[in-house]
Write a protein that binds this ligand. Structure first.
Ligand SMILES: *Cc1c(COP(=O)(O)O)cnc(C)c1O
Length: 375
């Protein structure tokens, strides 16, 4: 059996090595290392894929979120609502920009922002909401956009884990996540569903004014060369990464299918097990399984993690400490938060290996080892 990894980007690369290598070679030979054809081609292809009006490439997913928030013209102390149960980047940029992060609950089944908790957190200072499509499934965007419209708030989707996910509205309209909010942000970190060979990110919007602003902000606030109208930053998608991504984008749907197949295998193996809750898929969303995360019921999680490690099966806890318990946010009055569902999930989740290259032998080994431990 091949060694089991949380992600196997190497085997994935070897299958498309020829195309990727020659795309990289082309960048070398073109000497267009910054914002050249490779970046333009990928940006265009990604824009079409996501179905957004504008796509702005940038250096990574965290920058994408930062640039999005910078473009909204928020004032220090303005409140931005995010789920507590997410990766740190979602909330860190809020604090970095001297805005106030406000943590809300997630739904215990979908792990995504809970609309009711969101409604309760809105104050006159609230300016934006950042729903996260956690683990590869969409947050309930229709309801979130409705709440945002009622209160005149911006919605920035954190789509770092869900590129390729489809959202179905109640009238039957389908959209890709990232193209639904006022702004969508994504990451091409190597282990993401569309992963580069280094860092990368992108921002989506259907708003012409925001698009222009975000392009400027990502490029030193420059309106034309050496004329800087607003304070910005330097955040570019590297041309070599764009060349790699342009090749990999062609396979993204197949990659997400492969992840879904692996998830289906696990689901079947763990079906109706009293100690395992398999991922719930909401009726409005597809799932692209950036993570395959189960809930353990009455199981010593540390013991399971150790047992798996002994059998050379990696596993991860995403995330062991929720935002409202992170020291970095101490100044924001964390004592006021009582997020029971988030705390409950934090203690029970475990993510199993999931990627495009898992074979049946590996999946059988992983699932039977877990079932054996739970006996
Ligand atoms: C990966 C990730 C990010 C940040 O992306 P980087 O490219 O690593 O900066 C932001 N939010 C979520 C939910 C992520 O998973």
């Amino acid at each position: 059996m091949k060694p089991i990894q949380m992600v196997d980007t190497k085997t994935q690369y070897l299958k498309i090595k020829g195309a990727v290598d020659s795309a990289i070679q082309e960048v070398f030979e073109s000497a267009a290392y910054i914002n050249g054809k490779a970046v333009q081609d990928f940006t265009h292809a990604l824009n079409n894929y996501v179905g957004s009006k504008h796509t702005i490439p940038c250096a990574n997913g965290t920058d994408a979120l930062q640039i999005a928030m910078m473009a909204l013209g928020l004032q220090p102390g303005d409140e931005v609502i995010t789920p507590s149960f997410t990766y740190i980047a979602t909330t860190e940029v809020v604090a970095l920009l001297r805005l106030k992060p406000v943590f809300v609950e997630v739904d215990a089944k979908t792990f995504c922002i809970d609309p009711q908790s969101l409604r309760q957190a809105i104050t006159p200072k609230t300016k934006a909401i950042v729903p996260v499509h956690l683990y590869g499934q969409a947050a309930p965007m229709e309801e979130i956009m409705q709440i945002a419209a009622e209160h005149n708030l911006y919605v920035i989707e954190d789509n770092a884990q869900a590129i390729g996910c489809d959202y179905t509205f109640s009238n039957g309209t389908k959209k890709k996540t990232g193209s639904i909010g006022h702004i969508g942000c994504t990451s091409f970190y190597p282990s993401k569903n569309l992963g580069a060979f280094g860092d990368g990110g992108a921002i989506f919007t259907n708003d012409d004014v925001l698009a222009e602003k975000m392009k400027m902000i990502a490029n030193h606030g420059q309106s034309k060369r050496y004329y800087h109208d607003v304070v910005g930053c330097n955040s570019r998608l590297d041309a070599i990464q764009a060349a790699v991504l342009n090749e990999k984008l062609k396979h993204l749907d197949a990659y997400n299918d492969a992840r879904r197949n692996a998830a289906a295998f696990y689901n079947k193996a763990f079906a109706n097990h009293p100690k395992i809750t398999t991922p719930f898929v909401a009726s409005y969303s597809t799932h692209v399984y950036h993570q395959y995360t189960i809930l353990l019921n009455g199981v010593d999680r540390d013991a399971l993690v150790n047992y798996l490690a002994e059998q050379k099966i990696p596993s991860m806890i995403y995330y062991p400490v929720p935002g409202h318990k992170q020291k970095m946010f101490e100044a924001f009055g964390l004592d006021q938060y009582h997020l029971e569902t988030t705390d409950w999930l934090t203690e029970r989740v475990i993510s199993l290996p999931i990627h495009t290259e898992l074979d049946e032998e590996q999946l059988t080994h992983i699932s039977s080892t877990i079932l054996n431990f739970l006996k």
